[in-house]
Design a protein around this ligand. Structure first.
Ligand SMILES: Nc1nc2c(ncn2[C@@H]2O[C@H](COP(=O)(O)OP(=O)(O)OP(=O)(O)O)[C@@H](O)[C@H]2O)c(=O)[nH]1
Ligand SMILES: Nc1nc2c(ncn2[C@@H]2O[C@H](COP(=O)(O)OP(=O)(O)OP(=O)(O)O)[C@@H](O)[C@H]2O)c(=O)[nH]1
Ligand SMILES: [Mg+2]
Ligand SMILES: [Mg+2]
Lengths: 279, 291
């Protein structure tokens, strides 16, 4: 924490360093510091602590212009949440956490085992479904994910579920065939419920570096992305990549994962996030 | 990429005799930018730039290269050397069974990677035994069993028991079932979770592994140094496996991890299939990071 420091080149360089080491990325870090520097000059600010406050406010502002609520009060039921992201990001675990949260709000939740590929993926989600106390629609391993989704939507309608959350297989965004597959899944959802999916949540691991921007960009193109779940913020990674994602792609962080249990989900708080980013 | 950027910068400097300090300063700004964009850790970049500066200033400009090309060559050679210089092998020691332990953060790719390693070892005529030491993650044991079945490698499991006991028991099981390599899959964990890091130390003490491999996701950002340093300080790593290199990340975490631990990167994961494990090539990684 910088107190009573002279506002010289060294100070601003150190500020850039903090941001870069938080995975904010070089371009965004330089831009942010340059804007703060100008603002400090313009407002004749000489106190370094005040400059730190300025940058925290600006960071929180960039991240806080969005609505973090999930669109689950829909006219057409069920509200459909599609969960996507690269391998190992925390999709399946985040779905368990979401299901738990909605169940606490007395919503009727149904899950869909859309990962029909990875070893024991369906088993993993079934264990979570049982722990949370919600139903899971699944087919056998190797089945067509589109068929599972179609089946799940019809089951959700028949059972009058409030919310359907769809798990999908992890995929790297440069795998064109896999991105085509997930676009197809999105189209199936839209065909069955025209206003759906109501949320497409991209799960991003907080330890990810600049590749997260490419993930967000390509998933946005393939399925649309309404929000980010930033996972593993309980580690030492700061997750600064969400700043570039907000600026370049206008995608908001809606939720953060802070652990491996079903209660370890929090609504994104831009002010707290900015504080942690700049400490 | 970086090569083109440096070519542009140095186009006007053609025909000079030596690489001057100013040439290097200008070039290093571009290299620094390229490395940071590739996720190499900030402090690692600083050290690397200083090493390259020392090597580059005052160098004779070779007949066949432009100053820009020459600086690139120095950067590339320095990075290749830093990353181990040449390919590294598994050191499986002399006692039987040999023991390999895979550790790392949640979701890095440990379970998939140990299965790939087992498959590779089978191809080399070995008889590995996979061991399910992740007793926490839902269906982790089942995941390893399914993978083991796919490659015809037995999986030792004691269900949800103490991982240290499971590891110890697996050695006895290997001996009595003529398996010559034991590969332990451990649960993903944070390097700052003292209890879970203690568990790893206890496993290490119980079975004295020949290889302790840190499994790292290639798209990891600046945090890679914190993770690698902590695991290395607590356990003494013998190697690293970088996963998901079939993605489009530049993979700067590779340089960060190698720089901060000195541990050789031995393999890279190049896909989800169990044959997608390749030997790590430092020169190829250098080109990839430099873009
Ligand atoms: N510490 C921590 N671990 C998490 C968090 N979210 C998920 N994990 C862990 O990350 C690992 C991967 O989680 P999964 O839910 O299987 O990830 P996934 O995206 O579904 O993975 P694939 O389906 O294989 O692509 C598991 O060990 C989880 O327990 C989090 O917020 N904090
Ligand atoms: N594309 C690609 N995917 C990989 C690679 N290695 C692992 N994966 C995938 O990454 C995800 C996580 O792999 P796991 O083996 O479950 O990771 P883990 O480290 O055991 O996870 P935890 O036990 O929860 O800590 C799965 O979807 C794997 O298929 C790789 O080299 N390339
Ligand atoms: Mg999953
Ligand atoms: Mg695992």
């Amino acid at each position: 924490v910088k107190t009573n420091k002279k506002l010289d080149d060294d100070f601003y360089e150190e500020l850039e360093e903090i941001l870069i080491q938080a995975d904010v990325g070089v371009e965004t870090s330089l831009e942010l510091v340059e804007n703060i520097r100008k603002s400090a000059r313009k407002n004749k600010i000489t106190d370094s602590e005040k400059v730190m406050d300025l940058i925290k406010e600006e960071t929180a502002r960039i991240l806080g212009v969005y609505d973090t609520s999930l669109r689950v009060e829909t006219d057409e039921k069920p509200a459909v949440i599609l969960v996507v992201g690269v391998n190992g990001a925390g999709k399946t675990t985040s779905i368990a956490k979401l299901a738990y949260r909605f169940k606490q709000e007395n919503k009727k939740v149904l899950l869909a085992a859309g990962d029909t590929f990875r070893a024991a993926a369906i088993d993993q989600l079934q264990i979570w479904a049982d722990r949370v106390g919600v139903e899971l629609i699944k087919h056998q391993e190797g089945a067509d994910p589109g068929a599972v989704v179609f089946d799940a939507i019809n089951a959700a309608k028949a059972r009058k579920a409030d919310i359907l959350i769809i798990d999908t297989a992890g995929r790297l965004q440069n795998k064109t065939n896999l991105m085509k597959e997930i676009s197809k899944v999105r189209n199936i959802i839209e065909r069955e419920i025209p206003s759906a999916p109501h949320e497409v949540l991209l799960v991003i691991d907080a330890t990810t570096g600049q590749n997260a921007v490419s993930q967000a960009k390509i998933f946005k193109e393939a399925t649309g992305v309404t929000g980010i779940i930033l996972t593993k913020l309980d580690g030492t990674a700061k997750g600064g990549i969400v700043l570039s994602i907000a600026k370049e792609l206008n995608i908001p962080v809606k939720l953060v994962g802070i652990g491996e249990g079903m209660e370890d989900l929090r609504t994104f708080d831009p002010v707290l996030f900015a504080e942690a980013l700049l400490e | 990429g970086l090569t083109d950027r440096l070519q542009d910068i140095f186009r006007k400097l053609r025909g000079k005799g030596k690489i001057t300090e100013e040439d290097v300063k200008v070039a290093m700004r571009e290299v620094r930018l390229a490395l940071l964009e590739a996720d190499v850790n900030f402090k690692v970049v600083k050290d690397f730039i200083n090493r390259v500066k020392d090597r580059a200033v005052g160098q004779e400009v070779l007949q066949s290269l432009t100053p820009g090309q020459q600086i690139i060559k120095i950067v590339y050679d320095e990075m290749t050397e830093l990353m181990g210089g040449k390919e590294s092998k598994l050191n499986l020691g002399s006692k039987t069974p040999s023991v390999i332990m895979a550790v790392g953060l949640q979701g890095a790719g440990k379970t998939t990677t140990v299965a790939k390693l087992a498959k590779t070892l089978v191809k080399q005529g070995r008889r590995p035994l996979l061991v399910a030491c992740d007793v926490y993650r839902p269906a982790a044991i089942k995941q390893l069993q399914v993978l083991g079945e796919q490659i015809g490698v037995p999986v030792f499991s004691m269900g949800q028991n103490n991982p240290v006991d499971i590891a110890r028991a697996s050695l006895h099981h290997a001996k009595s079932n003529n398996r010559d390599i034991v590969i332990l899959d451990t649960a993903g964990r944070l390097h700052i979770n003292e209890e879970l890091m203690e568990e790893l130390k206890n496993i290490k003490e119980a079975v004295n592994p020949d290889e302790i491999l840190l499994v790292v996701d290639a798209m990891t950002g600046q945090d890679a140094v914190n993770v690698a340093e902590a695991f290395n300080n607590d356990l003494g790593l013998t190697g690293v496996i970088l996963t998901k290199l079939d993605g489009d990340t530049r993979g700067g975490a590779a340089l960060s991890v190698k720089a901060v631990t000195g541990c050789p990167i031995k393999y890279v994961g190049m896909g989800e299939k169990l044959d997608a494990l390749e030997v790590f090539h430092p020169d190829r990684m250098a080109s990839r990071i430099l873009g």
